[in-house]
Design a binder for this molecule. Structure first.
Ligand code: ATP
Ligand code: MG
Length: 463
């Protein structure tokens, strides 16, 4: 007996279904996640009959609020942290131009057939006579145990009806570490043109889930394998490949970016840092040059890359807000920590890095460390050593000068009052002079020293 189904909430659904003379089942993600031992609070109930009517009876019995979505024929209630969504079993047919199906009432099996994958089409019976029995007509349990993503219908039908399922297939493969059956992979390639009818928002939602998986590279490798990348992340697709000149190749920046992404995923759950890892070298194709004396160069790819971020976010209809600015900042600064050690790590360079990165310095250091993917052990050791030096220096400098959230000790107010002047350019000039003196280590980051420097600069300016 399925332990979770002893929960009062399922017993009540069962009783109310019996009273209404309809059959009810737990279906989909909840059943899958039960077997995967991934606890879930989202429960979908499918009813051979009216989902809304059963939901109303259950809400009454549990004395809880119900939200009814008449247009969709669904109703949702929350009870002690569990969210139950009710829907009538349905049969679907699709029009070619949209993801919205034409819906008719159907049986449980019709409803299971319209689901995306066999592992998502399993149901638990809530009927008295076989309470808790698994209803699994398409081998969901077999595929779950084998770690396989397979469609219940011919994959061409499933994917062409609703192309979001192609992206979901890749998302589940990434989240669960499953493989997609070859017929399905071939079908995704064949049906890629169907992506046209998908909204960018839905694609971005799936991309977020892929990025938050333990090994996000799996998803992007699959996108590439199925030729889907060009459709929504062409800039990433552009990173693919290696060019050789005079026998010297550069690294494949697509594979490198995926390695950096996986490295960051090991170290941080910050989704925006993961985005930054994926996109940190996005400026490389535009800046690539072969220089006879040096070899392959990508001068300024950090700057050009950061400028490309808004376009990429906009294309995916992701918000152009402070999260995007964070990604831009990470892309812009990703070379700075390591660049610091090319000759000698000066305190002032470290102070400027702390100042520019501000509170995001720890994230930047995670990205920077993750960026070390060379196959040359000597190089890696060297990088790691330099990285440690910068880390250490940062701690020392921060201890003395506290630059992480730098606030100029001298404000505009102080300058205006001291010299009895109105707001004007001179104030900015003095503040900038003091800031640079602190960052360059000419004076310490404290009020008295800064005040004295203000007096000196003001005298020079004839105040
Ligand atoms: P998650 O909650 O992790 O996103 P899920 O499989 O639970 O995964 P939901 O969007 O919650 O996804 O959907 C619940 C169930 O509805 C799925 O398990 C599946 O049976 C069905 N489903 C969802 N989206 C689709 C789709 N595009 N095509 C067919 N069936 C779908
Ligand atoms: Mg779900």
């Amino acid at each position: 007996m399925i332990e979770a189904l002893n929960n009062k909430i399922f017993r009540i659904v069962s009783q109310q279904a019996l009273l209404q003379g309809v059959r009810a089942y737990v279906i989909g993600g909840y059943v899958r996640d039960y077997f995967l031992q991934r606890p879930s609070n989202d429960v979908d109930i499918v009813v051979e009959g009216s989902g809304i009517a059963l939901a109303e009876a259950v809400a009454n019995a549990l004395h809880c609020k119900l939200s009814v979505f008449k247009n969709f024929g669904t109703a949702m209630l929350k009870y002690k942290g569990t969210e139950l969504e009710f829907v009538g079993a349905r049969k679907e047919s699709y029009d070619r131009t949209s993801r919205k199906p034409i819906v008719e009432d159907g049986s449980l099996e019709d409803d299971q057939l319209r689901r995306d994958f066999t592992i998502n089409a399993m149901a638990f019976s809530l009927q008295d006579e076989d309470y808790g029995e698994l209803v699994d007509p398409f081998g969901g349990i077999r595929d779950l145990n084998a770690g396989i993503i397979r469609t219940p219908l011919d994959p061409d039908t499933t994917y062409s009806d609703d192309p979001l399922r192609m992206i979901r297939a890749i998302r589940f493969a990434t989240q669960l570490g499953f493989s997609i059956v070859p017929e399905s992979l071939d079908s995704i390639k064949r049906n890629k043109y169907r992506l046209d009818i998908l909204s960018r928002e839905r694609i971005a939602e799936e991309l977020h889930k892929i990025l938050m998986s333990p090994t996000p590279s799996i998803g992007f490798v699959l996108f590439d394998k199925c030729d889907l990348l060009d459709a929504f992340l062409p800039a990433l697709s552009n990173l693919k490949g290696v060019e050789t000149m005079e026998g010297r190749g550069h690294k494949d920046n697509f594979l490198h970016s995926l390695q950096v992404l996986d490295n960051v995923a090991q170290a941080s759950d910050n989704i925006w840092l993961r985005w930054a890892a994926l996109l940190h070298d996005i400026g490389k194709p535009a800046t690539k040059k072969w220089e006879a004396t040096i070899g392959w160069t990508f001068h300024n790819h950090d700057f050009i890359g950061s400028k490309m971020i808004p376009g990429i976010f906009k294309e995916l209809k992701m918000p152009l807000n402070e999260k995007m600015k964070f990604v831009q900042k990470m892309v812009l600064l990703h070379l700075r920590p390591i660049a610091l050690v090319t000759d000698e790590v000066t305190d002032s360079a470290v102070r400027r890095l702390l100042f520019d990165a501000g509170d995001d310095i720890d994230d930047l250091m995670i990205l920077c460390k993750a960026d070390i993917t060379s196959k040359n052990d000597r190089k890696v050791e060297n990088f790691k050593h330099n990285y440690e030096i910068v880390q250490q220096k940062m701690v020392e400098v921060e201890e003395i000068d506290r630059l992480r959230n730098f606030q100029n000790p001298i404000t505009g107010e102080i300058i205006m009052q001291r010299f009895n002047i109105p707001p004007c350019n001179t104030i900015g000039v003095i503040k900038e002079y003091i800031k640079n003196a602190i960052l360059d280590g000419v004076i310490p980051n404290d009020y008295d020293a800064a005040y004295r420097l203000m007096e000196k600069k003001a005298a020079e300016l004839g105040l």
